[in-house]
Design a protein around this ligand. Structure first.
Ligand SMILES: *[C@@H]1O[C@H](CO)[C@@H](O)[C@H](O)[C@H]1NC(C)=O
Ligand SMILES: *[C@@H]1O[C@H](CO)[C@@H](O)[C@H](O)[C@H]1NC(C)=O
Ligand SMILES: *[C@@H]1O[C@H](CO)[C@@H](O)[C@H](O)[C@H]1NC(C)=O
Ligand SMILES: *[C@@H]1O[C@H](CO)[C@@H](O)[C@H](O)[C@H]1NC(C)=O
Length: 460
């Protein structure tokens, strides 16, 4: 037994001895394959990411909004010309209309010039990018020959199979979706979704004013149906003392304001100054949170007079009941004014509601009055904005810098609250400081970190 154990020990010893005393051992590995060109792959990666960063969705949107502007502008010109033709009595009226048309043609020319320079830029970019993509494709195919184990080929086949499987699954899903009940109160049907951005512009003052609001007056004076308004917080990101008007969407995009500013007061801030960005225009009047007051102000643009509407005792104001997300609160967003098919609303919060959203109808008679009020169970500090469409309040929250979610709704007709709306807004800038629905064309106008963006609301 003893001997049996010793023998292998001896054997091991002699083996080790032999190994250390041996000459240097050289192992020759002959590889019939070429070495993988890592350098080429890494330059290709750089080239591809350069390609990606040059073509952004902003570029296509810029073009889209210019075209949209032109599309809306041309019928307007046609209408005006035909009015002029009818009215041409050789007198003063004809001369005046001619001037209006000259202005319009100037606007359109500016728009076309901008479009021309944009499309030229895009053409160059397209040619350049196509060339680069072709190069990349050729090099990629060249590199595929190193895939001797067929790993990439199999991965590609797997991905294709997975895609087909998903398509198959989704196809099954869509056929068994339950039918939605009819919504009785909205002429457009039930709220379904929001499109991607339809208008995206930096406007006349690119990047100058982070906070503001813009939109269309749903009940304009005759002849001002295509006008747009813009209010920017021009002082301390909090206050403003004028409304800027544009005679069309394209004028707003190219930044030509023919009507110019309508001033509330020459000082800013002072009594009746606009405080906070969530303002709206309705019936030739601007509705907003008055400076240093728990009240709604109405500025009549024709008479330049201000009427106020005192909100209930306990209403939070002066940045005490703001819209917020986890990282920040939006200053002076205590009062959110809104428009829908039925008129003007105000959304706010009070101490007696423990910070939950409250909404009231604003009765816009000669005297402003507070109409019916509804109390919700959604906490204002956890939401970023609201809008109202067809008497239903929709509430948004911040998901990340690219996405906002419409997560909650409150139907003022049925009193029903829903916390599972799950409609996502694709953002062009991180913060939506003002959001309002235009009942005229079902567009949602957002003012985000100085950009003006709009979306179409889809009903069905
Ligand atoms: C990367 O781009 C440069 C310049 O466009 C080009 O000269 C080069 O061949 C490209 N390299 C690869 C690996 O695609
Ligand atoms: C567009 O721009 C180019 C180059 O600046 C110019 O040659 C051309 O005439 C322009 N076209 C129009 C329709 O303005
Ligand atoms: C809503 O619209 C977005 C963007 O157009 C789309 O990705 C999404 O699938 C739509 N959602 C529904 C429920 O139709
Ligand atoms: C603005 O004032 C004019 C003149 O008093 C009046 O006719 C109009 O109704 C007012 N507009 C609003 C929205 O109050």
């Amino acid at each position: 037994m003893m001997l049996y154990v010793i023998v292998p020990w001896c054997a091991l010893f002699t083996f080790t001895q032999q190994a250390t005393s041996a000459e240097k051992c050289v192992c020759e590995l002959t590889n019939s394959e070429e070495a993988f060109p890592h350098d080429t792959l890494s330059t290709m990666e750089d080239n591809a990411s350069k390609c990606n960063s040059e073509i952004t969705s902003q570029k296509t949107l810029e073009l889209e909004s210019l075209l949209l502007g032109l599309e809306r502008r041309l019928p307007q010109l046609q209408d005006d010309v035909s009015v002029l033709e009818k009215e041409d009595d050789g007198g003063l009226y004809g001369v005046l209309s001619l001037q209006v048309i000259e202005n319009e043609i100037m606007d359109i020319k500016q728009l076309i010039d901008k479009l021309n320079s944009t499309t030229l830029g895009h053409q160059l970019l397209t040619i350049e990018t196509t060339k680069q993509l072709e190069n990349l494709k050729a090099e990629m195919q060249e590199l595929e020959k190193y895939d001797t184990m067929q790993v990439v080929k199999r991965q590609q086949a797997n991905q294709r199979l997975k895609r087909e499987l998903n398509q198959c699954r989704n196809g099954l899903h869509s056929t068994i979706q339950p039918t939605q009940p009819q919504h009785g109160n909205c002429p457009h049907g039930q709220f379904l979704n929001i499109t991607g951005p339809r208008v995206y512009t930096a406007g006349e003052y690119p990047g100058s004013y982070k906070y503001g609001a813009w939109g269309r007056d749903p009940k304009p004076e005759a002849g001002k149906e295509s006008w747009y308004w813009l209010v920017m917080m021009t002082s301390s990101n909090r206050y403003s003392h004028y409304v800027r008007l544009y005679s069309s969407l394209s004028s707003l995009i190219v930044g030509v304001s023919i009507p110019g500013n309508v001033l509330i007061h020459s000082s800013n801030p002072t009594t009746n100054t606009i405080q906070g960005p969530n303002v709206v225009m309705y019936g030739e009047a601007l509705y907003y949170n008055c400076y240093n007051q728990d009240a709604v102000c109405r500025f009549n643009l024709s008479t330049k007079t201000v009427t106020t509407l005192q909100l209930p005792k306990g209403t939070r104001f002066n940045s005490k009941g703001n819209f917020c997300h986890l990282d920040e609160c939006y200053p002076y967003t205590d009062l959110d004014l809104a428009t829908d098919e039925s008129g003007v609303w105000v959304i706010y919060t009070t101490s007696q509601d423990f910070g939950n959203l409250v909404l009231s109808k604003v009765e816009e008679g000669e005297q402003l009055m507070l109409g019916q009020t509804w109390h919700t169970s959604v906490y204002k500090l956890g939401v970023t904005n609201t809008f109202i469409a067809c008497g239903v309040l929709y509430v948004t929250r911040f998901v990340n810098k690219d996405v906002e979610e419409i997560f909650y709704s409150f139907d003022t007709v049925t009193g029903e609250e829903k916390f599972n709306i799950g409609v996502f807004i694709s953002k062009m800038a991180p913060n939506i400081y003002a959001l309002n629905y235009s009942p005229v064309d079902q567009m949602l106008h957002a003012y985000c970190d100085s950009y003006m963006v709009s979306y179409k609301v889809l009903f069905g």
